[in-house]
Design a protein. Structure first.
Ligand code: SF4
Lengths: 618, 340
């Protein structure tokens, strides 16, 4: 697997790199996502650490060749820790002019640009609203340009198969992929195998795509144009079995794992919404795990059904994004009141309102913490990498079942789609998780509490002798009957708050990465972890004393956070919003946290955070 | 503590909660009917679940000694769907009102009926918002004076049964709080139905809309205004059972049955008639001043119910693919091993 192909042309030189960033860009119809994920799978199998970031056009079928129609896929891979999909691109593969101009600003000086010259005709330029051909003017002067007639060469490679022209042209992405495999010394076998499986029913397509891939590879090998080939040796990842996962896939797997391990059947109530829908799709595929996926009439129906399923004993989940979360608010309050286990996943996107459905943002933290009427506390957890979505989904389920509470999971559009290597956990290493159904009628009261967790019993319909009524009206302590007594209400408000606060005991102290005290503590949450970590590492290498705390638990907060905060001269909080976590830290700990917000629908770049670190330390 | 299901008495379904409806409210009769029907059903008490939304009607679960869930406004069908899907062995009933089911919860109601999920929906229709003290509801009649429409309602009302039929309901019935035996038999029929059962119960709110159904319940008036549906029997009404319904074009018309030829045109009630058209015409009769209002079972047909389809698919896929193996699932796709 680790074999690196020998270049045929011995005149060419090979250069070793620690890391590289490659971006594939073209029309959605060009198979960019597929090309990118093939490159990713191969690179993962090859043993590099990596992070990816796919970018889809907002419209389903944006006009071909136009800027809004550009689909992109970026991968950062290396032989050391790879924490972000990369600020700047080393090699760009642009299948048309729109894709080229959309990516130029991210390209490194002297970076590689491979363009498909066959799609730089007059008509193509017009669609991209270009008045002159970037291949002929000065646009690309700063870069190493490889102008290749990819379409023509692909056609030639499969000529004798006598295939339909449209089918032939759809193979051209494999030609481009072949070129990249050569350029970065990747093996072709995994993709050759994949093509065989994918098109198993059509041997001609197998042959055509394989030929295109090989043709792209040999083209680089044979022509004079490419004189340098790169090698990015495998990374030293911790031992274990790995796979490459997206956040939404990992989250789905975490829920299934929680269900399997706890013994509570998984029930998902959901309504389609970008960027959460893939979780519904993924879970709908796994019916042989007894998973029930219910596509409701709206988000309120989805969470309502989930609450009903929780009442009846399921590990109940609802998945949505900001707008759906807004609709869910009243029902989350109900779940708080009836004290049933429920996992609510908000895959955040740019807001407010319909906002930026396909872009990422972290502006729903306040909504998660406070977006309900009344005193309605709920634990809030945030995932920080694609693989971490598994851990957080599992942990949220564990907390929900143990404490009989609704738990909110925050992910976002960037985590949902980006991928990274994930070390598959050994089942025995997963934390204990258990659905505890009450069966004993003796001494049963619906709101009698476990003295340690303050959880009320889960007495599910079908259990003889435990018939009882729950609902949204205030309950009398212990008996659970309706009660409007002032002191009882105060007591119940307090109990619900204490129950959530007590979870802090279990979550353990935070330990800052980097320096344990010093000039600056960076506090982050969610998907910004990679960019913050990379920036902090770089600035520490530059002599700064910096610590980084990345919060998984946003409610309750880790018990020692206050002590950690005071060990540093300054506290910087980068987040993809106007400063919501900073606001929370300020109000909770009276710390003068510096807000670093970004509201562009895009993740942080490492260099942005580095610049802000320097500014904060000035 | 739990008596065997076969020997239940009505008292077994009472709770120690004080019933908080206004004395004389029609809801008492419905509660009492439901408790008696539950006692007769032979279903173990622990397998019964009542889900409700918000409104006077929705207090009902607190007063019935089964499992109960007093939800939030309009969402009972959603919650009940989750209960039934999670455990299809449960018998799930919904108590809802005209505002709860037809205004704020309209969406959930029509989709529950569309899916034919096996829940029994009891819609207490008093044509007014009562718990919030007297505003117009989606079934308030044109011109009806309420607190929110002091000069009379200008919103055309919903016909609950027509709406249910339009949503594909497989069981549609109507009864009245004042007719206890009829109410009980209607509830029994609903209980026996497999799939979603929709029962509109005309219910008198003596505080905010007293006498709303007087023309149907009043001893002197009801003969002319009420038509009691019985399967296989002609559509006959009138104080002297001397009037019948026949088709005139695509509408019903009332004819006097005098032994003449018109008698033969009078339709025979058929709950299982294919297509919703016939039941729909029956449902719409209450909108016409010159036609009587039918009560009883309008339609009772079979269609796959949702919880069965959901389970069947899971069984089928599991048979095909084998029971899920978590270890395998986590390692699916291309995985690779990093050694020490
Ligand atoms: S307000 Fe009307 S519906 Fe409500 S309890 Fe009183 S009489 Fe019954």
């Amino acid at each position: 697997m680790r074999r690196i192909a020998e270049p045929r042309n011995k005149l060419k030189s090979t250069k070793a790199l620690q890391a590289a960033v490659v971006r594939f860009a073209g029309d959605s119809g060009d198979g960019i996502q597929l090309t990118g994920s093939q490159f990713t799978d191969t690179t993962a199998l090859f043993g590099n650490d990596l992070a990816t970031c796919p970018e889809y056009p907002a419209e389903i079928r944006a006009p071909a060749g136009t800027l809004p129609g550009v689909s992109g896929y970026q991968i950062h891979f290396g032989s050391k820790d790879v924490l972000t999909p990369g600020d700047a691109v080393d090699a760009l593969i642009a299948m048309n002019p729109a894709a080229l101009v959309a990516s130029l600003s991210d390209l490194k000086t002297n970076g590689i640009v491979i363009v498909n010259t066959d799609s730089f005709k007059e008509r193509d330029l017009r669609k991209a609203r270009l008045s002159s051909n970037p291949l002929d003017d000065y646009t690309l002067d700063r870069f190493r340009v490889f102008a290749v007639a990819i379409t023509t060469l692909t056609r030639r490679a499969v000529e004798d198969l006598k295939l339909d022209g449209r089918i032939v042209d759809r193979c051209k992405n494999f030609f481009a992929l072949g070129m990249c495999y050569w350029l970065y010394s990747r093996p072709m076998e995994p993709t050759l195998r994949w093509i065989g499986d994918k098109f198993a029913e059509n041997p001609q397509l197998v042959e055509a795509n394989r030929r295109a891939l090989r043709a792209g590879y040999s083209y680089c090998d044979a022509t004079e144009a490419f004189q340098i080939q790169y090698e990015v040796p495998p990374a030293r990842l911790a031992p274990g079995v790995y796979r490459n996962v997206s956040g939404n896939t990992a989250l789905s797997l975490g829920l299934i794992a929680a269900s399997q391990r706890s013994g509570a059947p998984l029930f998902l109530g959901s309504y389609p919404i970008t960027p959460a829908s893939e979780i519904l799709h993924e879970l709908a595929r796994h019916k042989n795990f007894g998973v029930i996926t219910f596509q409701a009439e709206d988000e309120i129906g989805a969470i309502g059904a989930a609450i009903g399923a929780a009442f009846a004993g399921a590990l109940a989940v609802t998945t949505t994004s900001g707008p759906g979360m807004a609709l869910n608010a009243e029902s989350v309050g109900l779940a708080v009141m009836v004290e049933l286990p429920l996992v609510i996943c908000n895959i955040q996107r740019g807001g407010p309102s319909t906002g930026l459905p396909t872009k990422t943002e972290q502006a729903d933290l306040f909504q998660a913490l406070f977006g309900r009427h009344g005193e309605a506390p709920a634990p809030v957890l945030a995932a920080s990498s694609p693989g971490d979505c598994f851990t957080v989904a599992y942990e949220a389920s564990r907390i929900a079942l143990k404490y009989m509470v609704p738990v909110i999971v925050l992910s976002d559009g960037y985590l949902a789609r980006s991928t990274g290597p994930w070390r598959i956990p050994e089942l025995d290493d997963l934390p204990a998780i258990k659905a505890r159904y009450r069966a004993d009628p003796d001494g049963f009261a619906p709101y009698a509490r476990d003295p340690e967790t303050l959880a009320r019993p889960w007495a599910i319909p079908g259990t003889p002798g435990l018939e009882h009524r729950v609902g949204g009206l205030e309950k009398r302590d212990v008996s659970g009957v309706i009660d409007y007594d002032p002191l009882n209400h105060e007591r119940m408000v307090d109990l619900r708050a204490r129950k959530v606060a007590a979870i802090a005991r279990e979550i353990g102290p935070v330990v800052p990465k980097g320096d344990g005290d010093g000039d600056l503590l960076i506090v982050g949450w969610g998907s910004t972890k990679g960019a913050i970590r990379a920036a902090a590492q770089a600035r520490r290498a530059g002599g700064r004393r910096i610590g980084h705390v990345h919060l998984r638990y946003l409610n309750p907060l880790p018990p020692n956070l206050a002590d950690v905060l005071i060990r540093y001269k300054r506290v910087l909080v980068p987040e993809l919003n106007m400063g919501q976590l900073a606001w929370l830290l300020r109000s909770r700990f009276l710390v003068d946290a510096i807000v670093f917000g970004k509201n562009q629908g895009q993740p942080f770049r490492q260099r942005e955070i580095e610049a802000k670190i320097e500014e904060a330390l000035r | 503590m739990n008596a065997p299901a076969s020997s239940y008495k009505k008292e077994d379904f009472e709770t120690d909660q004080d019933v908080r409806w206004c004395p004389g409210c029609g809801d008492f009769a419905i509660l009492s009917a439901l408790q008696s029907v539950f006692a007769d059903l032979g279903v173990p008490r622990e397998k019964l679940v009542i889900v409700s939304g918000i409104g006077c009607s929705s207090r009902l679960p607190y007063y019935v000694n089964t499992y109960g869930f007093h939800g939030i406004h309009g969402r009972a069908p959603a919650i009940a769907t989750g209960v039934k899907l999670a455990n299809p062995d449960l018998e799930v009933w919904i108590a809802t009102g005209d505002g709860d089911a037809l205004a704020i919860g309209g969406n959930h109601l029509i989709h529950a009926l569309r899916r034919n999920i096996g829940v029994k929906i009891l819609l207490f229709n008093n044509r007014v918002y009562s718990l919030t003290k007297g505003q117009s509801s989606p079934t308030s009649e044109l011109g009806q004076k309420t607190k929110s429409a002091p000069y009379g309602s200008i919103d055309p009302p919903f016909n609950a049964l027509a709406l249910a039929l339009g949503a594909g309901a497989t069981f549609v019935a109507r009864s009245i709080d004042a007719f206890l035996p009829h109410l009980k038999s209607t509830l029994r029929r609903a209980a026996a139905h497999k799939g979603a059962a929709f029962v509109e119960i005309l219910q008198n709110c003596l505080v905010f809309n007293d006498g709303a159904f007087g023309r149907l319940t009043d001893k002197n008036a009801r003969g002319e205004n009420l038509l009691v549906l019985e399967d296989g029997q002609p559509l006959v009404f009138g104080r002297r059972h001397d009037k019948g319904l026949r088709l005139n074009g695509l509408d019903f018309e009332a004819v006097v049955m005098d032994g003449g030829s018109a008698d033969h045109d009078v339709l025979i009630h058929d709950e299982r008639r294919s297509g919703e058209g016939y039941a729909y015409l029956l449902a719409r009769m209450s909108d016409h001043a010159d036609l009587p209002t039918p009560i009883g079972v309008f339609r009772d047909v079979q269609r796959p119910c949702y919880e069965d389809s959901v389970r069947a698919q899971i069984r089928e896929i599991t048979k095909e693919q084998g029971a899920g193996d978590l270890e395998k699932l986590l390692r699916a796709g291309s995985s690779w091993e990093v050694r020490e």
